[in-house]
Design a protein around this ligand. Structure first.
Ligand code: ADP
Ligand code: MG
Length: 193
């Protein structure tokens, strides 16, 4: 089962989402679970090196060939953290995805980036957006959810902005974050056709 976390834009929450989804997979009983880091910036690899997550195996795969191999050969749950820019690596991952999670932020300027990401996802591959670092109760958030609903792109999750999540590898995984990402994982798995 390959879940690819992708958005052509950087700084939206891909790495955070990838680490939390992998940890949510372990909590949901998946064994083994791999976190494949396809980003040359190696951010999820750095996270796990600094703060290992029990049950999550790190696979560094910063090339088309290595990411393809990691996704084809691994039995269990695979979560792939992708780079913002390197289109060939992103495509190699998206081609082999069973589901695609697209982290985004609230706010109109974010839409075009997601549209660019959507254009790269193979037809019939289930996908949904996750609004990261969301400010609950704001008009921006409500408009963002309405926008994606109208576009027929499901919103698989809304992750509130929390200091405990922003701490990344400097703190333990934040309980509320794990709970929200567990729901995202369930939706991604349910949509698998
Ligand atoms: N739910 C959240 N609450 C607070 N900060 C968040 C949340 N999700 C992500 N962030 C922060 O947003 C920034 C970008 O996230 P990151 O996962 O590194 O994005 P990307 O991998 O897309 O570049 C980081 O500083 C991260 O801590
Ligand atoms: Mg990243």
């Amino acid at each position: 089962m390959n879940i690819v976390v992708s958005n052509v834009k950087g700084g939206v929450g891909k790495t955070t989402t990838s680490v939390y989804l992998a940890a949510a997979g372990v909590e949901s009983g998946w064994d083994p679970v791999a976190l494949v880091d396809a980003d040359r910036q190696a951010s999820s690899a750095e996270w796990l090196e600094e703060s290992p997550v029990s049950g999550v195996e790190l696979v560094e795969a910063p090339s088309e060939r290595t990411v393809a191999r990691a996704m084809v050969n691994f039995e269990g749950l695979v979560v792939v953290d992708t780079p913002p820019g390197d289109e060939r690596i992103v495509r190699a991952a998206l081609e082999r995805a069973d589901a695609v999670v697209i982290p985004t932020r609230a706010g109109g300027v974010e839409f075009t980036r997601v549209v660019a990401t959507l254009a790269m996802i193979p037809r019939n591959t289930p996908h949904g957006v996750v609004v990261c670092a969301a400010r609950m109760g704001t008009n921006d958030l409500a408009e963002t959810i309405e926008w994606w609903t109208n576009e027929k792109v499901p919103v698989w999750g809304v992750i509130p902005e929390r200091v405990g999540i922003a701490s990344g590898p400097d703190a333990r995984l934040y309980r509320e974050g794990l709970e929200e990402y567990t729901k995202v994982l369930k939706k991604a798995l349910r949509k698998r056709s």
